[in-house]
Ligand binder design. Structure first.
Ligand SMILES: [Zn+2]
Length: 136
């Protein structure tokens, strides 16, 4: 099971994640960060989904060690990305046409995060917010 602990984020991403959640709340959104750190084994399992006859949709192009979720510092989880979903009526709203996705994306972008839901993202992945390059 991948982590959803904010403590497993990169030290520079932790305060941004807290600000993100607070701003979402201020905007009237209920948002769940459902993934922070993912181990190499968990990443490979996710990569296999939807490929070679495995059930489910393809959700990532990254193998173990290639995802910002796999990042470590001195062998400790320090994910450079988190995945978030808006909750509507207490339940995850996965329909990305729901307006809360755009509000959530704008809030993350305003904080300087790289939101993969933006139209110019190389691989669109609406829940994914990543620490931009430039942070060590
Ligand atoms: Zn992600």
């Amino acid at each position: 099971m991948a982590s959803r602990r904010l403590e497993d984020l990169h030290p520079d991403l932790q305060p941004l994640a807290h600000s993100f959640l607070r701003r979402c709340t201020d905007a009237g959104l209920d948002v769940l960060i459902y993934c922070t750190y993912r181990s190499g084994a968990e990443q490979d399992q996710l990569y296999a989904q939807g490929r070679k006859g495995n059930p489910g949709p393809i959700v990532t192009n990254a193998r173990a060690g290639q995802s910002a979720h796999n990042f470590t510092i001195q062998n400790r989880p320090a994910a450079r990305a988190f995945d978030a979903v808006p909750l509507v009526g207490g339940k995850p709203q996965w329909d990305q046409k729901h307006p809360h996705w755009q509000i959530m994306g704008r809030i993350g972008t305003e904080l300087g995060l790289n939101w993969y839901g933006k139209p110019t993202a190389p691989f669109r992945e609406f829940p994914h917010f990543e620490l931009p390059r430039g942070y060590q």
